[in-house]
Design a protein around this ligand. Structure first.
Ligand code: NAI
Length: 711
């Protein structure tokens, strides 16, 4: 059976070749091996055409030019360097052939043009962009632990100058059409329906003026920075990259080196430098993990939340109970995405403050260019507020975010029940109270679930959709669909204390307190966590969240898992002394006079009260002790079926507590180390208690030489 071709060729306007890339059976065009072979064949034929005056490379897919290399191929195995070199060379050869065609070429870009897609377009003599809202142009490879390895680090600096190229490549951010024109990446940005005409016009002009030959000649030359310019440009860039990556990611630094070493030599030499630096990155653990996270993200976006084929109910209006920190955040998230929300609070002042908080988030978004004033007006027109429960009568979903008090919450449900539509869904944003138990206090346990947002709601993507014992599939899929509609990433979790994220976070929080009481320096604990890749250390995190909140939530989880919870006293001591963290001016660190947290000599006194030790604890032990108890808990979560798959654990932690994506998540981190090695590490700390005991599941996987994923 012949495989359907991804490339189509036709002659338009008598002498212009139009090469259309339209990968069969896919919404995206990607540059896998089969497609590259087709390109090679097509170019071999084109090179011989004497009847053409120009070539246009376009896409047959709406909103998509070329998405980039095929990540299934890049992320699947750890190839031998020689094999990678061959693959890289294949791309280079194709792009070089575009540059040698006996007529000018233009890439007509209408939609996403990313990574390898842009590198192919850079091989064309010109690029012109269409106004499709999905048009974005960039080299995002650093986000998957690589850098552009098909000449992108060399051709882009020759086109727009090294300083701008460094910015785009090392940050991996894409730009829209108009910005690409301003930067000089594309010749022009035009309305999509004029794109083909404009491309034809550009070819005619370049053919007539001979400009295309000059453009080609320039591309082969060095950029020609003076020694001073070179030293300055790359010293500044290196400092910026180091500040941003904290030395964790090799890819942006390697990209920088490729640009620095390649920009002042001819293109063919520069491409060799690029390959030499690129090859070792392919298949590296960081790159494989980041590619895995890319695929887990896609999988999550498509996951309806249940295995059965159940359709979500239509949700036209939501109600939000409570206008506090979370209620206002939740109502704001809905109206920003066009879902009308009625926000209720028993306290009129809280309601006023809630509305102001919603408006403030939108003002900030306008300031940073992420929202337009008319969009804010439209969103605010979808918000209503009330103190009167009876107005909830027409709501399809009501999300409760009143104070964290079970009696208050269940009373609200009882008051609401006679008012609510019979088929309306009721969801609670509780962080600690059992969903199954609260469901029993309602007249609709099938239509009751948890919908746990994270703070701050406008910035945190994760929503845990928690199913109680009786929650129906229909309720789950409806809440999952609603969360996606407002731009969130929902993960379905079975009810248990701490749900998914807090249950796995608490062993880490507890261990940081245990380490402190054994004599570890708080800064050393924080530093070990940050070096591992966490956005901040556990001690700073507690000061930020509030020590009282942390103590209360910790109690719930620790009581539920008393067999393995490590109890400590330091948090109680600090809270009793009114040291609640940043909000009260002091917690573990001091925040006096608005400082960002400085060491506080008073902490020693509190630690002394807890019989704290004075043992020197090295960074390796701190790291192991922080992350291994999380891992054993995560394994329990999986074994108990709290989530349906390992990727739910990893994505939950990446999205909910910013667990480092370059580690691929907690379970993938363990897989990368190897479970046999993990078990060896656990053995060292076994005497500290059951939290360092591997689960049966882990032992089995290790014995079989498998990992959480491969298993
Ligand atoms: P908050 O104290 O800022 O707001 C609670 C609001 O509920 C107040 O405005 C209060 O006037 C109102 N309220 C109290 N009783 C009421 C009643 N009977 N009827 C109507 N309104 C009533 O609290 P926050 O932080 O917004 O938390 C709300 C819920 O969200 C809690 O269940 C909490 O555990 C949960 N949550 C909190 C997170 C956080 O970081 N603060 C994160 C995730 C969940």
């Amino acid at each position: 059976m012949a495989i359907a071709a991804a490339l189509r060729f036709e002659v338009i306007r008598d002498t212009i070749g139009l090469l259309t890339f339209d990968q069969p059976g896919s919404r995206a065009n990607t540059l896998g091996q089969a497609v590259l072979a087709e390109f090679a064949q097509m170019l071999a034929a084109l090179e011989k055409r004497t009847d053409l005056s120009g070539l246009i490379l376009a896409s047959g897919k709406p909103g998509m030019f070329i998405a980039g290399a095929d990540l299934n191929e890049l992320g699947s195995a750890t190839p031998e360097p020689e094999q990678t070199r061959k693959l890289v060379q294949r791309g280079h050869d194709i792009i070089a052939r575009f540059e040698k065609l006996p007529f000018p070429s233009v890439a007509a870009i209408d939609g996403a043009c990313m990574g390898g897609g842009l590198e192919v377009a850079l091989g064309c003599d010109y690029r012109i962009a269409g106004s499709h809202p999905k048009t974005e142009i960039g080299l995002p490879e650093v986000k998957i632990g690589l850098f552009p390895g098909w000449g992108g680090t060399q051709r882009l600096p020759r086109l727009i100058g090294p300083a701008l190229a460094v910015e785009l490549i090392c940050a991996g951010e894409a730009v829209p059409a108009a910005r690409a024109r301003d930067l000089g990446i594309v010749f022009d940005a035009v309305p999509s329906d004029k794109l083909l005409d404009e491309a034809v016009r550009l070819l005619a002009w370049s053919k007539q003026s001979g400009d295309w030959k000059e453009a080609r000649r320039k591309k082969q030359q060095p950029v020609g920075l003076t020694e001073e310019q070179h030293a300055f440009t790359f010293a500044v860039a290196k400092a910026q990259v180091l500040a941003k990556t904290k030395g964790q990611f090799p890819a942006p630094l390697a990209a920088l080196e490729a640009i620095a070493r390649g920009c002042n030599v001819p293109l063919d030499e520069a491409l060799k430098v690029e390959s030499e630096l690129f090859v070792p990155l392919v298949g590296s653990p960081i790159s494989k993990n980041l590619i895995a996270v890319f695929f887990m993200t896609q999988k999550l976006q498509k996951d309806p939340g249940v295995d059965a084929a159940v359709s979500p109910r239509t949700v036209e209006r939501v109600g939000v109970l409570g206008a506090g920190l979370m209620g206002a955040g939740i109502a704001g998230a809905h109206i920003r995405r066009g879902v009308p929300a009625l926000m209720l609070d028993s306290d009129a002042r809280a309601l006023e403050k809630g509305i102001a908080a919603i408006a403030k988030v939108m003002h900030t978004r306008i300031e940073i260019g992420r929202m337009k004033p008319d969009e804010m007006l439209k969103a605010m027109s979808l918000l209503n507020s009330t103190g009167n429960l009876s107005l909830m009568a027409d709501r399809d979903v009501v999300i409760e975010a009143v104070v964290e008090n079970e009696a208050v919450k269940t009373q609200v449900y009882r008051d609401l029940q006679p008012i609510l539509k019979k088929d309306a869904i009721l969801a609670s944003n509780t962080s600690t109270i059992s969903i199954t138990r609260m469901a029993q206090a309602t007249d609709r346990p099938e239509r009751f679930a948890g919908m746990h947002f994270f703070n701050p709601v406008d910035r945190m993507p994760l929503v845990e959709v928690i199913r109680g014992e009786k929650t129906s599939d229909e309720t789950v899929v409806t809440l999952v669909a609603l969360a996606k509609r407002i731009g969130k990433s929902p993960i379905v979790v079975r009810d248990c204390p701490g749900f998914l994220v807090n249950r796995i976070l608490f062993p880490y929080i507890n261990e940081s307190l245990a380490l402190l009481e054994e004599g570890a320096d708080p800064r050393a604990i924080d530093k070990a966590a940050v070096t591992f890749g966490m956005p901040m250390g556990p001690i700073t995190l507690k000061d930020l969240v509030g020590l009282d909140t942390s103590l209360y939530a910790g109690r719930v989880v620790n009581q539920a898992f008393a067999d393995r919870a490590k109890n400590t006293r330091i948090l109680d001591e600090l809270v009793s002394a009114g040291r609640l963290g940043q909000k009260s001016g002091a917690g573990f660190y001091s925040y006096a006079k608005g400082s960002r947290g400085v060491d506080d000599p008073a902490l020693a006194g509190f630690l002394a009260k807890c019989n704290a030790g004075k043992r020197a604890i090295n960074a390796e032990e701190i790291t192991d002790r922080l992350f291994l108890p999380m891992l054993t808990e995560a394994s329990r979560v999986l074994a108990e079926g709290i989530v349906r798959q390992p990727s739910d654990v990893d994505m939950g932690l990446i999205l909910g507590i910013a667990f480092p994506a370059f580690r691929g998540g907690l379970l993938r981190w363990a897989d990368t180390i190897g479970l046999a090695k993990v078990l060896e590490k656990l053995k060292v700390y076994e005497k500290l208690g059951p939290r360092f005991q591997p689960t049966e599941e882990m032992r089995k996987l290790a014995a079989a030489g498998k990992g959480f994923y491969a298993g």
